[in-house]
Design a protein around this ligand. Structure first.
Ligand code: NAP
Length: 700
């Protein structure tokens, strides 16, 4: 460490619900402004008790998060997102020091806030307001229905350790924190050293918000080389970074033998394939070049998803290089992101710059040629007042071309900066083969307006990728872009990309939970899950001949304060006459032959003759179970899982049993969702139809 560094402030950690810095620093790293070289701080974890940090998450964090339901946690995410939104500007200022332009900062900071909003709404829409999630159908495991099986999810009992890469200090944290928090698992965030000061600034804002429960978020600013030593099977590690670090961590005895759950998002040699139809002059060609230049220049190409391999028809290589060069010349101003007019910032650090240059040199040594750009120091625009004598980590875009598109280095050396290789393919099979040489990638773009080309390329490469974007004239303007994972969809990829699938969508919440096969009687499964199961106890109003009782109040008279799982109503039988079927056919216009033509209906392999419309039966069922007077039931907003099972002919009768299956009070409203199990039987007790009725019911 330099003399200057020892006087520099240490970037603090946030552990055990308090800010922490080492009592004395004997080892640590200096972090610098990417554009000016100015020392910003020291990063050190000397003396940090990692076991205590983990124990705090497992005890305090687990306890506090466990007091909230999934929906309550989802609302906290929204509250936090709104709060962070109000304090974005101060984070942009810090972000500029990492070399990020305003747009880069928005991708990182606003993108991260967007993840919180998305998980908040998805959590409330797609998950129960509970702490047990039921997945998939119920399996009946005994003939009489007294023994059932199904899958449930409950949160893992430990901590989620999130080791992140340097390139997205805010988004990288929030994309992992949001699903862990929603699942109810405390996060320990370990950002990469070079840009961890921006993560620290974001955590400071989060802590100041006072929104999060104690122990739910801890931050380790600095090295955490021994963190896996203190984890066990209760915990989970989500790693983002280079494949080499991932491989080293994956081999830790606590992962290999101790059962620590480990997933990784690592580097990847992502491809963009230009379809043969997307020749110069087409909107697809233009969109392709635009996307390529964006991916090279946003975050100075320091994105795990950037396009490293540009795979184009062999005869178009030169034109693609020329168009890329022209767009870079026209659009890109390299420099300090705080300077006027700059559109591309510095790499995150001088070490990173040296790394990228060394990687480009490896490509040159392997036969690559620089067709555009240079490894010499570029001319840059500097911001007034921030310039120092020290060098910034600047590097301009570089486009490489190759004699042999199969040169292994093209498909294996990641230049984590503004660098792409343009290679030529002969036909679609060749393009697929070249893309697959990346040994598993996060994302690929296929630019084509030809459906057959899209199908051939996508089905050829999909199994090698976590995400594929088909770019054409229709979505070029609306597409979220090649490089941007969206919180709704999987982010990760097979093989070299790390094999992780834990990010994106509700699956990422479940990733923080254990799936357990639950077996037992209908009553016990109902008690555990809070969801009524067929065969479990019911309290039915209605017809005593079918299990109802005049002493039981109709469930539509009950608000959420008194309604219980298993409350319901059983109707009596109602006969279906031919006149009813004909009248329904006439009034709705649904005169399909099975309802109107005896001879044709009899010839149908499924029907005995004229049968009632399924929708007629549903309408009648509503008439049979409804309690018409104004009351707490506000609306019926849909049906799910509808199946017509046994046809109903003229002369048959139907009855309905409606049972309260699941109650989901809304945290923010004076009502909640109630799901009812509806079963229609005929006079022979055969099931005619089964479905879920979805209603909104008042809390009081
Ligand atoms: P890195 O050197 O592998 O470091 C990643 C993280 O691992 C850092 O936080 C680092 O902390 C930590 N780390 C390193 N060794 C460790 C150990 N033995 N125990 C615990 N933690 C350890 O990667 P990077 O240079 O930060 O990031 C660039 C790479 O990440 C690129 O290859 C890029 O492709 C990849 N990346 C992938 C994705 C994705 O989603 N797939 C996203 C972004 C980046 P220190 O900094 O303190 O050493």
């Amino acid at each position: 460490m330099t003399a200057a560094a020892t006087e520099t402030a240490v970037v603090p950690s946030y552990v055990l619900d308090a800010w922490w810095t080492p009592a004395a620093v004997s080892s640590g790293a200096e972090v610098r402004d990417a554009s000016t070289g100015e020392i910003l701080g020291l990063v050190s974890t000397d003396g940090l008790d990692l076991a205590a940090v983990v124990a705090h998450g497992r005890t305090v964090g687990q306890r506090e998060l466990g007091q909230l339901t999934i929906h309550e946690r989802a609302l906290k995410l929204k509250e936090l997102a709104t709060y962070l939104n109000g304090r974005r500007e101060e984070l942009y200022d810090v972000s500029a020091r990492t070399g990020a332009t305003k747009i880069d900062s928005m991708i990182d900071i606003d993108g991260g806030i967007g993840v919180l909003f998305t998980f908040s709404s998805k959590g409330r829409r797609e998950l129960p307001n509970a702490n047990v999630i039921v997945e998939g159908p119920v399996e009946t495991l005994s003939k009489d229905g007294s023994f059932l099986g199904e899958h449930i999810y409950t949160r893992i009992p430990g901590v989620a350790v999130q080791i992140n890469a340097f390139n997205f200090p805010v988004w990288g944290m929030l994309e992992k924190f949001a699903p862990a928090f929603l699942a109810g698992v405390p996060s320990i965030v370990k950002p990469a050293t070079p840009t961890g000061y921006l993560t620290e600034a974001a955590v400071r804002v989060i802590v100041e918000s006072g929104i999060l429960p104690a122990g739910s978020l801890q931050l380790i600013s600095g090295s955490a080389r021994t963190v896996l030593d203190v984890l066990d099977y209760r915990d989970l590690v989500s790693f983002t970074g280079s494949a080499s670090t991932a491989n080293a961590l994956k081999g830790h005895p606590n992962v290999v033998q101790g059962g620590v759950r480990f997933t990784s998002e690592t580097d990847s040699l992502n491809a963009a394939i230009l379809g043969p139809d997307a020749v110069p002059g087409t909107p697809e060609f233009d969109a392709f070049i635009k996307s390529l230049v964006t991916e090279m220049t946003v975050k100075a190409g320091q994105k795990c998803t950037s396009i490293r391999r540009t795979i184009v028809p062999r005869e178009l290589v030169e034109e693609v290089v020329a168009a890329t060069a022209a767009r870079v010349d026209q659009r890109v101003v390299l420099g300090d992101p705080r300077a006027e007019g700059v559109t591309m910032g510095a790499l995150a650090s001088l070490e990173q710059l040296a790394d990228v240059r060394a990687s480009v040199q490896r490509l040159i040594d392997a036969g690559g040629e620089i067709a555009y750009g240079t490894l010499d120091d570029p001319a840059v625009t500097r911001a007034e007042g921030t310039g120092t004598d020290a060098r910034g980590a600047f590097m301009g875009p570089v486009v490489m071309t190759w004699e042999d598109p199969e040169t292994p280095e093209i498909h294996s050396v990641e230049c984590f900066g503004p660098v792409t290789s343009v290679i030529g393919y002969t036909d679609l099979d060749d393009a697929v083969r070249l893309a697959a040489l990346g040994s598993g990638s996060l994302v690929a773009t296929v630019a084509t307006n030809d459906p057959d080309t899209a199908r051939a390329l996508v089905t050829g490469i999909a199994a090698h990728h976590g995400r594929v974007l088909v770019l054409n004239r229709d979505d070029a303007r609306t597409s979220t872009g090649h490089g941007s994972p969206v919180p709704h969809l999987v982010h990760g990829g097979p093989g070299r990309a790390g094999g992780g699938e834990e990010l994106g969508g509700i699956r990422s919440v479940k990733h923080h939970m254990q799936r357990t096969a639950l077996q037992g009687s209908p009553d016990m499964l109902t008690a555990v899950t809070g969801v009524w199961h067929t065969g479990a106890a019911q309290r039915l109003a209605g017809d005593p001949a079918f299990g109802g009782s005049a002493d039981v109040e109709h469930p539509f008279r009950k608000s959420l304060t008194t309604l219980r799982i298993g409350d319901g109503v059983a109707s009596g039988l109602r006969e279906v006459r031919l006149e009813d079927i004909s009248a329904f056919a006439q009034s709705t216009g649904d005169t399909f032959y099975a309802h109107t033509n005896q001879e044709a209906a009899e010839a149908n392999p499924f029907f005995p003759g004229i049968v009632a419309h399924g929708y007629l039966l549903l309408s009648w069922a509503a008439g049979l179970f409804v309690e018409p007077a104004p009351g707490p039931v506000l609306a019926n907003y849909g049906l799910e899982n509808l199946r017509f099972i046994t046809p109903v002919a003229a002369g048959d009768s139907i009855r309905v049993t409606l049972t309260c299956k699941q109650i989901t009070p809304r945290v923010t409203d004076e009502y909640g969702e109630v799901r009812w199990d509806a079963v229609l039987h005929n006079q022979r007790d055969e099931i005619v139809a089964a479905y879920d009725v979805l209603t909104l019911v008042e809390k009081h």
